[in-house]
Design a protein around this ligand. Sequence first.
Ligand code: GLC
Length: 564
Amino acid sequence: MKGTVLSVFLIAVSVAAMSAFAQKSPPAAAVEDRDWWKHAVFYEIYPRSFADSNGDGVGDLNGITSKLDYLKDLGVDAIWITPCFPSPQVDFGYDVSDYENIDPMYGTLADFDELAREAKKRNIRIILDFVVNHTSDQHPWFLDSKSSRTSAHRDWYIWRDGKGRQPPNNWVSIFGGSAWKFDPTTNQYYYHYFYAQQPDLNWRNPAVKDAMFDVTRFWYKRGVSGFRLDAVDTLFEDPNLTDNPILRPGKNAFGDPIEQDKFNTKLPEVHQVLRGLRKIADGYDAVLIGETWTADVAELNQYYGKGNNELQLPMDFLFTMVNKLSPAEFRKQIAEVNAASGWPTFVISNHDIVRSYDRYGDGQHNDQIAKLMAALYLTLRGTPIMYYGEEIGMKTTPPTRKEDVKDPIGRTGWPKEKGRDGERTPMQWDDSANAGFTTGKPWLPVPPTYETHNVAAESKDPDSVLEFYKRVLRLRRTNPALLYGNYTPINEDNPNVLSYLRLYRNHGVVVALNMAKTRQKISLELQPHGFISAKKLISTGGSAAHGGEVSLPPYGVFIGELGK
Ligand code: GLC
C-alpha cells in the first residue's frame, strides 16, 4: 500500500500549498525549560502488537508492563498507548464504546493502575489516545441517540434528513463510500467521517463537550500525563452541509470522487475545544499531542494557539511526506517548523503509514538508512515521537492475500489499498517462535525479518540499529546542546549531506548526515559560528572528522562535539 493510505489522508486533510513561512530559523535564544515534554522522548505503542502476556495472540497491558525495563534501557521517557478502551475493534480501538475503562482484551483497570505504578517507578509517563471526533456505534450514547428522534442523546451525533433517497450531501468517508449512513429506525442519516461504525460526535452540543472533557479528568486522576488527540481536524462540520468541491476528476482507491474536504475538516471551531482541553491539562502538568495532518506549516502553527494555549505538541508529519532522502527538502521543513511559534514535534513512522524503514530504505542499505533517520529526528530541536519497532529496523510487511487483511481500509480498498496491517505487525523480541511476542497465534503474522531483526539479537550486536538508537538517545539525554540548543543549519547548498549545529552557551554539537549512496567529503562551515573542529561523539560506517573536514561513507552519520 506504499503511500496510498498516506495520500488518501493527505488529499483529505490538506490541499494547501506549502506555506510561505520563513525559510531560516531565527537564532532563538536557547532556554533550559521546565516543560518536561520538551525534553522527553515519546514512544508509540500499538498495544495489540507489542507484547502478549496471556497467549491469546493479542498484546495487552500486562505485556507492556513486562517490557518497561526494556523501554527504560532504550531511553524513552513517555509511552503513548493507542486506544485500549472497550471497543468492538472495528478500527482496532479507534471506535470506543466506553472511554473510562479498559477493553478486556487488553486487561482491566487494575492492570492499567499497575502499569501506571510500574511506569512511574521508572520515570516513564503514560499518554493515552483520546478519540475525540467519534465514538463506536455501540457506545451507549449512540445507541440511545439512534433509538428515537427525541432521545436524550439524539443531538450528541449528527443526524439529518436525506435528499429524497440520497444522502444529505456529497461528503465521502475517508475509509470509502458516502460519509452518511441511513438508519431505518428514525429514517434519518448520521454522519461518519471514518467508518460507518464510527459516528461523529456533535461537538456543537455543550453536553458532548462536557462529557468528553470529563473523560480527560478521569484519566488524569489515574496518573495519565497527557493525551494524543486523534483526528483533531475533523471535529466540526459546516452546519449548512455545503457540498465539498471536487479536487480533480477521477476516483480514489475506494472508487469515490476525489474531494477537497473543505466543509467537513479544519473548521476554526476546533481551536476553542483545544483551548478548553488545554486548560484542564495545565492543571495536571499534562501534555496534549495532536494528530495534525498537514503539509502546511502555517496551518500546523495554528494548533499551538495564540500564546501557546492549545496543543503543546502538534505532530509534524512533514517528514513522513518526503519519502526520499533529500537534504534540501528536510532542510526546508526543519527551518519552517523551527520558525513556528511553538515547540517542534517530529514523527517519522506511525500505525497509519508505511514504516520509515521502507519509505527511506533502498533495499540494500536499510539498516544504515534507519540509523541515518534516527540520527536526524533524535538530534533535532524538538520532541521526537518514536514508533515501536523502529528502533530495531522493523520492516513493513503487508498481507499478500485479501482474506488475510485485518484493517478495514485494506478490506474495502483491496487490491489498490492493502491497508495498514503491514506497519502493525508484532514486535520482534527474539528469534523464538512468534518472535517472542506471544505463545499463541499472533493476530497478524510475524514478519520473516524477525530472525535477524529482534531485540535479543540486536542487543548483542554493537553495530545494530537498536544499539545505535540507544547511543543516540543516551547522548540526547545528557548533552546540553542537544537538549536545549538552537538549530543552526550549515553547508546549506550541499545536495548530499544534511548538516546542522545545535548550539547552547559554550556547548556545540554538529550533525552531518550523508543522504547519498556515494562517499562525501565536506568542509563543515564551523568557523562562522566560532568553532574550528569537531570531535566524534557517535558515527556510523567509519565516518570521521579532521578539524572541520568530515568524511562520510554512503549513508554515514557523524555526530561531533564542537571545539574552538
Ligand atoms: C486516526 C488514527 C487512525 C484511525 C483514525 C480514525 O487517524 O491514527 O488509526 O483509523 O484516526 O479514528
